[in-house]
Every structure is written in C-alpha cells, then in structure tokens.
Design a protein around this ligand. Structure first.
Ligand code: ADP
Length: 430
C-alpha cells in the first residue's frame, strides 16, 4: 500500500512540475499533459522491460527497477524460483516412481478416466505387447480384447483378480488386478502366474491320478472282503472281526476316493454344458428320501417349497451338493431332530435352497473354515459318522460353478442353517 501511494505521489509531482513549467511558459494545461506523458513513457518502458524479461530470458535475474515496478519484478522472480524448485522436486519424485515401477517384474499400466492408456512400465510392454509409439492414448479394451477382460473392466467390481492367458503368448498365464484411484483413473496390474498355475495343475492332476489309480485295487479288495465276509461264520471269531473292520475301512477309503475324484472333476472341468432349468421340488423330495434312508427314519425330514421358480444348473451337481448338506444334517444331529429342506425366492430376485436343522449347531469360530478340505469341528465324531471331510468343499465348488454362494448360520445349541444363494440370473420365474 505504501508503494502504491508513493507511485501516486510520483505521478502527482510530475503533474505539478508540468503545470508549473507550463505556467512559466504560459501554457499550464500543456505542461500538465507533458507531466503525464513523462509518467506514461516511464511505465511503458518498465512494461517493455517486463515483457522482454518474461519472454526472452525468464531464467535470468529481473531488470533493475525502483518503486512498485522493482517490487513487482522481485516478487515475480521469487515466485518463479519457488515454482521451479517445486517442479524439479515433482519431476524427481515422478522419475523415482517410474524407476521403481520399471524395476517391478509385474506389469503396471496407468489409465485415464476414460480407460485410455497413459503410461506403462517395460514389464507391461513385454507381457501385454504394448508399444509406446502406437498404443499411448488407445483404449485398453482395444489392446486387451479378451471378452472376459472387457466384462471385468466394465463391471468395475475389482475385489477379485482375473486370471487369463497373455494376449501375446498363449502359454503365459496372467493375473489381472485393477485399482481405482484419483479422479476415476485406473491402475491395471498384471502378474505372471504361469509357474503357480502349472504347480496347481500338477497338484490337481496328481490327486486325480492317485484317486483313479486307487480305485481298482480298492474294488478288488472290496470284492475279496465281501466273499470272505460271507464265509465269516466258518472263520475263527478274531479273524471274522478283523474282516468286518476291513470292510468298514475299505468302504471309507472308497468314499474318500470317490469324493476326491468328484472334487478333481469339479476343479478341472469347465462345466456348464448340462445346465438347464430344473424343477427344484422333485430333486429335494429325492434328497429327503435318501436322507431318511441314511437316518433309518430316525429324523423328521421335511421339504418346504416357498417358490415356483426353476433353477438353472446341473441337476447332478446340485443334487450332490444339497445331498451332502442334508446328509450332514442327519449325521451331526441326534435322532428325532427336525431337518428342513427349503426352496425360496429372495426380494432381490435371487433364490436360495436352505438346509436347516435343530441339532447341536456349530461354534461360529469354525464357520469360516468349514469348507476347507478335511476341516472338521470334532475330528473323532466326524470319522465315526463316516464323513470324508470333503463334503462342504464339494458343496462350495458346485456352488462356485453356479455363481452361487454358501452362507452358514449357526450357534452352539441352536441348530445349523446352510443357505445356498443363487443369483437372479439363474432363477427362472414361472
Ligand atoms: P465331514 O465329512 O467331516 O462331514 P464336511 O465338509 O461335510 O466333512 O463337514 C465339515 C464339518 O462341519 C463336519 O466335520 C462337522 O463338524 C461340521 N458340520 C457340517 N454340517 C453340520 C451340521 N448340520 N451340524 C453340525 N455340524 C456340522
């Protein structure tokens, strides 16, 4: 403010001087105009100096000036300097981020809010075949054209990663993970999981092959044991008892092998060929009859159909999953317990099959791990009931193949509820 008033004073002085000199020459107004003209010339010269400095040598020191112009030059110079420092700091941070992303073995691709490619590291260039000259500014789905990637990208639900083969090498398996950040921009990360995938495949093949190979010797053993079992009366009692136990154990092993084979098939096969709209009622009735046979009519098993809709899926697989739940309800509840198999629709258009019992229930701490293979709440009891430890793992896999999920609600002493929730896309309303 002080500088501003000084500047006004300066103009005032020039005006007074002009008027005074004009008065001496008998032309005061001409003198006033001359005084203002001197001020104007001074300011125009400073303006030119500012313009030349900013356009021709912005990095040099500002031109020397006094008063308000001097202050203006100084401030602009200081502002420019601080901007330059901030810029270089940002540039070095950016360079370090890019350097660290370059060093990563995973692909990193930055997309703008429209999904167009902005930047990627060299791993992305190798794994996804991106080329700087052609691909910058292209939409990601023009380059990664697999329909599964496109629907994953557009769905904007990035909780789970997506596994696909590389667009440039069929043998390479990539796991994509997308993250939303900033102003709706996206970061696509791709990781090469070929080795892991191969190991997983080897594990699956190994389990499937071992189970398959065990089948024949087990069939032979069962055959002989059955024959010896028929002759049990003629054998000494100790041998007879042994044969009975051997029969029991081979039966268990056969169940285990069958469940392992079923699990391997569920994991290896893509599935979906035999999916068709099923009427759920008759399937639940059949499961009810089997459950009653297993319990020797000692449980009260009911079917409740609360909706007419059909369910799109594989009858064989769904039958096996719901049977597992019903048989568990029989095996883990005391005689006389009530078991309900229920088919009902939910308000959002989805539908569920529930298997509900009023047995001893399960402590909630076990619930998150129940679908793991061979996880048992009470190991002794489970083996005594003839369980293989794979029942709920099979249920989980079957439901996964039907885009469904398993919900388990239970508390000790309050029974257990197993709910298979199928999405609306799999429910055909009458
Ligand atoms: P298993 O062959 O041992 O039955 P599952 O995978 O079918 O294996 O079940 C895992 C465990 O879950 C069982 O060992 C049992 O402890 C528990 N479980 C399953 N269903 C019920 C139920 N209806 N009530 C109580 N516990 C259950």
């Amino acid at each position: 403010m002080r500088l501003w008033s000084r500047e006004l004073w300066r103009i005032g002085w020039w005006a007074i001087l002009g008027v005074f000199l004009g008065w001496l020459l008998n032309a005061p107004s001409l003198g006033l105009a001359a005084g203002f003209a001197v001020c104007l010339v001074y300011h125009l010269r400073q303006l030119r100096a500012l313009f030349q400095w900013l356009t021709l040598q912005p990095h040099n020191e500002p031109p020397a000036a006094k008063g308000m112009w001097g202050e203006l030059f100084d401030r602009l110079y200081r502002y420019q300097k601080s901007q330059r420092i901030t810029q270089s700091r940002l540039r070095s941070t950016l360079a370090r981020i890019q350097e660290s992303s370059e060093a990563m073995r995973d692909s990193v691709v930055m997309l703008d809010r429209h999904g167009d490619l902005e930047w990627w590291n060299s791993a992305a260039a190798k794994m996804l075949g991106l080329q700087t000259a052609h691909d910058r500014g292209q939409h990601i789905t023009n380059l990664l054209r697999d329909p599964r990637f496109i629907s994953y990208f557009n769905a904007r639900k990035y909780g789970e990663p997506l596994t696909l083969t590389s667009p440039i090498d069929e043998r390479c398996i990539l796991q994509y993970q997308i993250t939303l950040y900033g102003d709706d921009e996206r970061l696509v990360m791709a990781r090469d999981i070929t080795r892991l995938h191969r190991l997983e495949q080897m594990r699956r093949d190994f389990v499937a092959n071992v189970s398959h190979e065990l089948r024949t010797p087990l069939t032979v053993l069962t055959g002989y044991l059955e024959t010896y079992g028929e002759l049990k009366e003629q054998l000494p009692p100790r041998l007879g008892r042994g044969i009975g136990q051997m029969e029991e154990q081979t039966k268990r092993m056969q169940n285990l092998v069958n469940d392992l084979l079923l699990l391997s098939r569920l994991e290896i096969d893509q599935g979906g060929e035999d999916h068709q709209p099923l009427v759920v009622g008759p399937m639940l009735d059949r499961i009810r009859r089997d459950a009653l046979a297993l319990s020797s009519q000692q449980h009260d098993v009911q079917v409740m159909l609360e909706c007419e809709a059909r369910l799109v899926g594989s009858e064989q697989e769904l039958h096996s999953a719901i049977s597992n739940l019903a048989f568990n309800a029989v095996r883990y509840t005391p005689e006389g317990s009530q078991i309900t198999l229920r088919w009902k629709s939910l308000p959002d258009g989805s539908a569920c099959i529930e298997v509900d019992d009023d047995g001893e229930g399960i402590d909630p701490v076990h619930i998150p791990r129940l679908t793991e293979r061979f996880y048992r709440v009470d190991k002794g009891r489970s083996t005594a009931t003839g369980g293989t430890g794979l029942g709920l793992a099979i249920v989980k896999h079957v439901l996964l193949r039907h885009d469904a999920l398993l919900q388990i609600e239970s508390h000790p002493g309050e029974g257990a509820l197993f709910r298979c929730v199928f999405p609306a896309t799999r429910v055909v309303h009458a």
